[in-house]
Design a protein around this ligand. Sequence first.
Ligand SMILES: [Zn+2]
Length: 169
Amino acid sequence: MPSTPSSKDRLCRNCGIEIFAHKAKKGLCGQCYPISLRIEQVAKWNVQDPKSLRGFPRAYPRENQDFIERIKSGVIQELRDRLNDLRRWGNPTERELDGTSFECLFNELAMRCKTRSHRPFFGYANIFDHNFNRDQKRMLYSLLSKMLRDIRWHGVNWDQVFLHGRSKA
Ligand SMILES: [Zn+2]
């Protein structure tokens, strides 16, 4: 259940969800902080300093800084995409409370549930606008985004990163 405002006194500076002050790390919530930390670590990957290459795939060659830079940029992109997702599923702005954004959220949830039809909520924007007032939408948004945030994230997609690295070669 949502807590009372007095029990939470800080908003995550990425996704805007409320967090307990003592749990905030660099102003981020427990989901955004590790990703932001990982971005900082990956940004330091350097062929000259083998210790910096923590998390660089063992199967990939690590002698060539150009190659490392390409992999690095792919990994950072993946991590930033995740931070963007968490931001979208965080505290909604007014703009995010219109029917179109609910249509997108429901389609996204359907996609993640692997429904048979592609975008089954296409064209539903008016249904959300006509059946839910602003407060109801805010509550609906917070429940939906809680579910989206809770779906297990499988981390960096290395196939994607490798393709990204090759396409920039
Ligand atoms: Zn956050």
